[in-house]
Ligand binder design. Structure first.
Ligand code: BTN
Length: 251
């Protein structure tokens, strides 16, 4: 359990042994009026969830936590916090990784170590009040000690598998929150540009051919980068380009 002093000011930790899902618990707390900065951490989840309706394997020894935010910006801008969350995670993880491990971001917010998925992030929001969201929950799942052998579409890994042995989940949680707080402040002041630049520096497969699965379609093209809002820009073989705001990327 990290010391309160390890968390940035204004963040309050709710630690649990087992929960259905830290995102779900954070949602319950949000409905009950909990403030921004509420953090929910569980050692295990019985109903951990991932993006696009998938489940998230949630074994003890891995890091599973969620942060409640109440961003006073329109939903499209709040979605940019997904890059803030990915950067915070990537920087925290790079502090505990041995040298030589290739750490990359996969759009929109997965973390790859040597080409395999070690972490995912799930953003869930509700109820616009005025121009802002009522709440936004950011949930991080990081494989520290173990990883699922079977995953949909993508090989998984863990910090231990990548050579970072004995990493303490509470310590990484505090590192992620400190990085998140710093990057969020910068994002509020300067917008997405700096966050986007830092994300692109470590993005996987920029300039290379990727495949993107959309709800009703699959596109193959060259990953040009991100537009000013964080959407993926894909150059297609016919010379046109597509700007994609939601989808799953495959290499
Ligand atoms: C993904 O599909 O890549 C996103 C996975 C996000 C998993 C985390 S674990 C903590 C939080 N609680 C959940 O139920 N999901 C997120």
């Amino acid at each position: 359990m990290p010391a309160t002093s390890a968390l940035p000011p204004g963040y309050r930790l709710h630690a649990h042994d087992t929960l259905d899902s830290t995102n779900e618990e954070a949602t319950r707390l949000a409905r009950d009026g909990a403030p921004a900065g509420t953090v929910v951490w569980a050692l295990r989840q019985t109903a951990g969830r991932g993006r696009t309706g998938r489940s998230w394997t949630s074994e003890a020894g891995n890091l599973l936590f969620s942060l409640l935010l109440r961003p006073d910006v329109p939903p499209a801008a709040a979605a940019q916090l997904s890059f803030v969350a990915a950067l915070a995670l990537g920087e925290a993880v790079s502090e505990v990784l041995p040298a030589g491990v290739d750490l990359r971001y996969k759009w929109p917010n997965d973390l790859l170590l040597d080409g395999r998925k070690a972490a995912g992030i799930l953003l869930e929001s509700a109820g616009a009040t005025g121009c802002g969201l009522n709440w936004l929950i950011v949930g991080w799942g990081l494989n520290i000690a173990s990883f699922p052998e079977t995953t949909e579409g993508y090989p998984a890994t863990s910090l231990a598998e990548a050579g970072a042995v004995g990493v303490d989940a509470g310590d990484v949680l505090a590192r992620v929150l400190r990085r998140f707080d710093a990057w969020q402040a910068r994002w509020k002041e300067e917008g997405l540009a700096a966050v986007r630049g830092a994300w692109l520096e470590r993005a996987a497969r920029v300039g290379e051919e990727i495949s993107v699965r959309l709800p009703r379609d699959r596109l193959v093209g060259r990953f040009r980068g991100l537009d000013e809002n964080g959407a993926l820009v894909l150059d297609l073989a016919d010379g046109t380009s597509r700007t994609i705001t939601a989808g799953d990327v495959f290499f």
